[in-house]
Write a protein that binds this ligand. Structure first.
Ligand SMILES: *Cc1c(COP(=O)(O)O)cnc(C)c1O
Length: 502
């Protein structure tokens, strides 16, 4: 028996008017919604003529400290707030001169697909619906594109970080000696360790921490002059760990390192993993897309031999954020790690909850946004060949930017160009390293602040380095000319300021 009687509830309901979040006037809302769509289409059409970035002014920042609203301002009011507080200050990812981190550019169809996905509020989880089929088909396409078997498995994730967590969870569970998924990492007789190059992405450390393996479980192997993992040192490290009583369980190859776009020798890593009986994971967050172009496919040879492969749609396939993915050769191993049951989730024979292949059994989330639709519709719109041509275009542009830097007397390239990343900095023989680092920091901040372009930074050999990673279908050759010219002027300006100070 429950406490409140039905009669009490009924009399209560009769005095309180029922509410909804739907508009009182649908036509008025339609007009507002159309204005929003028009605004975003204009924005995307006109973005090449706008600054690449602008800081949020103090008076706008102040408004973000307003207290939680008890009463609403209505749809029009909320949209006004957005236009004043948010719209003028995008991250900059749509811009033709966004080359920061490994950020992808989005597309008009990606935007509309996000609206369609949100419009139906579909949840690809355990439901028998269109959304589940879209995701399943997207995974089938990606398996075929990446050279994975059709009976393999996968899941659409928020991004590469979660894809790496999902992959390494499955690797850990599959490779452990104990029933680690049940008994926990403490049940393991030896400490589990995995291997990657010193250029591995930081999300792998996060994954290792979350999985209870600890950050130190990620054994970092030095790289060669091309920033690729050194295979002989990898073998030595494994041998040392075995002698010391650790349990090597996985090796990670990176297809496209964040610092320089280097691709590890994936064939050699696949062979090595096979001979040592290790799980082979490839982090191909952006670099996996090299497979799409016949011109670059050879660079990621061996990738299809990975036990698991992580990549992003939102980087080098330009799909609007967020959309990542992880694929597995062994569907059973994948499901063993994430299927935990739940009486409320057992599929029925028919009806809404009748999907056997539930996404909740393939990843950490139950409720999920309909992210797959953005990738599915963008791919349907353009076809994979177009993405292959865009990848090739970005690689040509990368080599062009590298050639401009090589021709510059002010900027120097500091890493080989393999995929779509150029690493460079201001350097001259008379300036010592610390001073040059300061000049390069200032250079980067000024080109961003002035809205010229958005490269980002890293440390290479301990030195502050600028890097451009081109996952951008809007960049044109002239954008690179303009950027290098502006960067050279900016360096001259910084040098003359510091000369005046002395
Ligand atoms: C970006 C990136 C990640 C993380 O992916 P997110 O989508 O940002 O979570 C992992 N590995 C590499 C090599 C990356 O470039």
């Amino acid at each position: 028996m429950i406490g409140t009687t039905v009669k009490d509830v009924a009399s209560h309901d009769s005095v309180v008017p029922e509410e909804t979040l739907d508009p009182a006037d649908w036509e008025e809302f339609r007009e507002l919604a159309h204005a929003m769509v028009d605004r975003m289409i204009d924005y995307q059409r006109d973005v090449p003529g706008t600054p690449a970035w602008r800081p949020v002014p103090e008076e706008v920042d102040e408004r973000f400290r307003e207290p939680a609203p008890k009463a609403g301002v209505g749809a029009g009011g909320a949209y006004e707030d957005y236009l004043e507080m948010v719209f003028p200050y995008p991250t900059g990812l749509h811009h033709p001169r966004w080359w920061g981190w490994a950020g992808g550019t989005g597309s008009p169809m990606g935007m509309m697909a996000a609206l369609l996905g949100a419009g139906s509020n579909s949840v690809p989880a355990n439901f028998n619906d269109g959304a589940a089929r879209v995701e399943a088909q997207l995974l089938t396409w990606m398996k075929s594109v990446m050279g994975f078997p059709e009976q393999g498995s996968g899941i659409v994730t928020s991004g590469g970080s979660v894809a790496n967590i999902v992959a390494l969870t499955v690797a850990r569970d599959a490779m452990a000696r104990s029933d680690i998924a049940n008994d926990g990492v403490g049940a393991e007789p030896e400490r589990l360790v995995l291997y990657a190059s010193s250029e591995v992405h930081s999300s792998v450390f996060k994954a290792s921490k979350i999985l209870g393996l600890g950050r130190d479980a990620v054994r970092l192997v030095p790289v060669d002059g091309d920033f690729r993992i050194r295979i002989p040192e990898l073998r030595e490290h494994i041998a040392r760990d075995l002698v010391a009583g650790f349990r090597p369980f996985a090796v990670i190859g990176t297809a496209g390192t964040i610092n320089t776009g280097a691709v590890d020798d994936l064939t050699a890593l696949a062979d090595l993993a096979e001979s040592y009986g290790l799980w082979f994971h490839v982090d191909g967050a952006f670099g996996a897309m090299a497979v799409l172009s016949p011109e670059s496919r050879h660079l990621v040879e061996g990738m299809s031999r990975a036990d698991s492969l992580a990549f992003d749609f939102h980087k080098w396939m330009y799909v609007n954020y967020e959309a990542g993915c992880v694929l597995f050769q062994d569907a059973e191993a994948h499901r063993r790690s994430f299927s935990v049951g739940g009486d409320y989730l057992v599929p029925l024979e028919r009806g809404t909850g009748s999907l056997a292949d539930m996404a909740t059994g393939r990843g950490p989330q139950l409720s999920r946004g309909f992210k797959a639709l953005k990738s599915w519709m963008t791919i349907r719109e353009h076809g994979f060949d177009k993405f292959g041509r865009l990848v090739a275009q970005n690689m040509r542009q990368t080599r062009y930017l590298a050639s401009l830097i090589d021709a510059s007397s002010v900027l120097q390239r500091v890493a080989p160009v393999e995929l779509n990343v150029v690493a460079f900095r201001y350097e001259d023989s008379e300036t010592d390293a610390a001073v040059a680092d300061g000049i390069n920091r200032e250079l980067l901040m000024r080109v961003q602040e002035r809205g010229v372009a958005i490269p980002s930074s890293t440390l290479l050999d301990g030195r502050f380095t600028l890097r451009a990673c081109i996952c951008n279908h809007r960049s044109r050759q002239s954008d690179f000319d303009e950027f290098v010219a502006e960067a050279e002027l900016t360096v001259a300006e910084i040098l003359s300021e510091s000369a005046a100070e002395r």
